[in-house]
Design a protein around this ligand. Structure first.
Ligand SMILES: Cc1cc2nc3c(=O)[nH]c(=O)nc-3n(C[C@H](O)[C@H](O)[C@H](O)COP(=O)(O)OP(=O)(O)OC[C@H]3O[C@@H](n4cnc5c(N)ncnc54)[C@H](O)[C@@H]3O)c2cc1C
Length: 265
């Protein structure tokens, strides 16, 4: 882990709200794991001051063969506006890889990944890792509308069975997603479920995991400052294995946590 100035290879919009950035970073491409994140020193957006704090961003792709690290991001505010202003050849200061990533059990035959919006960026490399290890993947991608469904191609290329649900088509309600997951488990089996990016989907995953006897993990998004476990800005409450409430740093003990230990918000 360290602070690196990486050349921008590409930084382009992929839809009205989401952007894709590719950085040249050979050592980081080898080091970064699915579920980990980088802490980004976003430059000043045009006409605005530079953000004071870094911004956390999940590893979307870390490709050792190409020496590249990639981010898939939503332009949400000050920092990500500055990020979107970077052009090929610019240098981007990124700190990481940070945090604890996902865990895959080689005994599993199939996992379910369930996420919404940029939460899918966090789960895409997990689906690729699973595929490489011979673990099947059912990917349920949730979005506002069909145009907003992210990561469809990456998941499909990894060999995942991809099911998209959207608000505009009326298919993303928790009851409908629950029915889809029950049907997927009945059809092909699954031993674990992974989620990110939505409180509603976290609650649904926890309930279904209990009902169907699935293991699982959740990647949490929490505003953070140092990203290194020192400032305690990102502390959240969890239910420990013994049922007691514990406080943990999302940046350091996470951002990936056992599914049933996360408390919904
Ligand atoms: C571990 C981790 C991984 C993440 N991965 C991704 C990713 O792959 N792609 C992506 O688009 N976003 C990701 N996020 C969220 C991303 O960090 C925020 O969208 C970003 O910090 C917003 O910064 P900003 O300056 O553009 O917006 P700000 O002006 O700071 O805020 C704009 C809005 O975003 C909210 N926000 C700010 N920081 C966070 C945060 N850390 N988490 C959630 N909401 C926040 C604010 O409450 C506000 O509503 C991740 C967050 C974490 C903690």
């Amino acid at each position: 882990m360290g602070d690196h100035c990486c050349p921008v290879v590409a930084n382009v919009p992929v839809s009205a709200r989401y952007w894709h950035m590719v950085l040249e970073a050979p050592p980081l491409a080898c080091a970064a794991r699915a579920g980990q994140f980088f802490h980004l020193k976003c430059p000043a957006p045009p006409g605005e001051p530079a953000p004071f704090f870094r911004r956390p961003m999940s590893v979307y792709q870390a490709r050792p063969d190409r020496g590249r690290v990639e981010f898939l991001y939503k332009v949400a505010g000050h920092g990500t506006r500055g990020m979107a202003a970077l052009r090929p050849g610019d240098s981007f200061d990124i700190l990481g890889p940070l945090g604890r990533g996902f865990t895959l059990d080689l005994a599993w035959r199939r996992i379910i990944v369930l996420a919404r919006g940029v939460g899918l960026a966090t789960l895409a490399p997990l689906a690729q890792d699973a595929a490489q290890l011979g673990v099947g993947v059912t990917a349920i991608l949730s979005a506002r509308s069909p145009e907003d469904v992210l990561c469809r191609e990456v998941m499909a290329e990894a060999g995942a069975r991809v099911l998209a649900v959207t608000d505009s088509e009326g298919t993303s309600d928790p009851d409908k997603v629950a029915a889809l997951i029950r049907a997927a488990v009945a059809r092909a089996g699954a031993e674990a479920i992974f989620t990110c990016g939505s409180n509603r989907l976290l609650q649904l995953s926890q309930a279904l995991a209990r009902e169907l006897g699935l293991a699982g993990e959740v990647a949490l998004e929490q505003q953070m400052a140092c990203g290194l476990g020192m400032c305690l800005c990102c502390v959240r409450a969890f239910r420990g294995a013994d049922g007691e409430i514990e406080h943990r740093r999302v940046c350091w003990e996470g951002p990936v946590f056992p599914l049933q230990e996360a408390l919904s918000w």
